[in-house]
Design a protein around this ligand. Structure first.
Ligand code: ZN
Length: 306
């Protein structure tokens, strides 16, 4: 699971049901999840493509002005396929004349930006980026692929297709002469990975949510948003009576890591877990085995990120 979706998950778990931004966070989570499902389902179809190629997923690179993100990049020695992945449901109509994508779900129509133009912009940026890497210029073909097998697609455009058709379309394309050596292809893939810009991690900042708006405490793993009580040797849920020795605590610390970062002081732990005894907090920090940094007065602990 990618880190950005885990951040949204932790935020969702710790927003009260009546928080005014809950719908916005739920929507962002839904979009992210749907996109990931789309890319995962595309993996299956990629197996049917002939020849040697390498695949890059969700690479974000710094362009001249903006960061550009590419859903799937298929790299061969003769050309690159830049694949824009959409996992929309319902009835989908590509309207190239008016540069929009229409989606009809339950009789409701919604318009999206033209995905072909989106892919074309990425192509321009990637071409430029490749020349800055002093790699020989290579043909780039952009495709828009719809991965939701339950959706119907009406597209007159040959490059706006469903994912099941993707391998057959690529296999039927006229072969081009190789322009990159094996080494150049590897170098491109390596550099994409090393220059990849992960999405801004600060999910609280992104939504404008303050730390004190979050539900604090060790949450029950069975009851959503219910804070457990410290009990001997673990934590107990006041609602379902469930007991957790460690798992619920580890989950809470994972939420802390996703929302607040990897540094935690005794005071911050007390605040986040709703503990009013520094000695108890100390014992918890020791039991978690975090590395201590700094002197006694302003020391903090590092939460491992793996
Ligand atoms: Zn419970």
């Amino acid at each position: 699971m990618s880190i950005s979706i885990e951040r949204l998950r932790s935020l969702l778990d710790r927003l009260s049901p009546d928080h005014h931004l809950l719908p916005a966070v739920e929507q962002a989570y839904g979009i992210k999840k749907s996109g990931m499902n789309g890319e995962a389902s595309l993996d299956y179809h990629l197996h049917f493509i002939d020849g040697d190629f390498q695949v890059l997923n969700g690479i974000r690179l710094q362009g001249d002005l903006y960061i550009f993100q590419m859903d799937v990049v298929l790299v061969t020695r003769s050309r690159i396929f830049l694949i824009e992945v959409k996992n929309y449901a319902g009835e989908l109509i590509y309207d190239g004349d008016n540069h929009q994508m229409l989606q009809i779900v339950d009789g409701q129509q919604k318009a999206y930006a033209d995905p072909i133009l989106q892919a074309k912009r990425q192509t321009v940026q990637l071409r430029k980026w490749i020349s800055q890497q002093t790699l020989p210029s290579i043909p780039i073909s952009s495709l828009v692929v719809f991965t939701n097998s339950y959706a119907s697609l009406d597209s007159p455009h040959p490059d706006v297709i469903k994912s099941s058709y993707l391998p057959f379309k690529i296999n039927a394309m006229k072969p081009l002469p190789d322009v990159w050596t094996e080494e150049e292809m590897d170098r491109f893939v390596r550099r994409c990975r090393s220059f990849h810009q992960p999405e801004n991690g600060d999910v609280l900042k992104r939504f404008g949510i303050r730390e004190d708006e979050l539900i604090r405490g060790v949450l029950c793993l069975n009851c959503p948003r219910v804070c457990m009580d410290k009990a001997h040797g673990g934590w107990r849920c006041p609602k379902c009576g469930g007991f957790s020795k460690r798992k619920a605590l580890e989950r809470a610390m994972h939420d802390y890591l996703m929302l607040m970062g990897d540094k935690v002081s005794n005071q911050q732990l007390c605040d986040f877990l709703r503990i009013n005894d520094r000695q108890v907090a100390n014992r918890i920090l020791k039991s978690l085995g975090y590395k201590k940094v700094g002197s006694t007065s302003n020391s903090y602990y590092l939460i491992p990120t793996d």
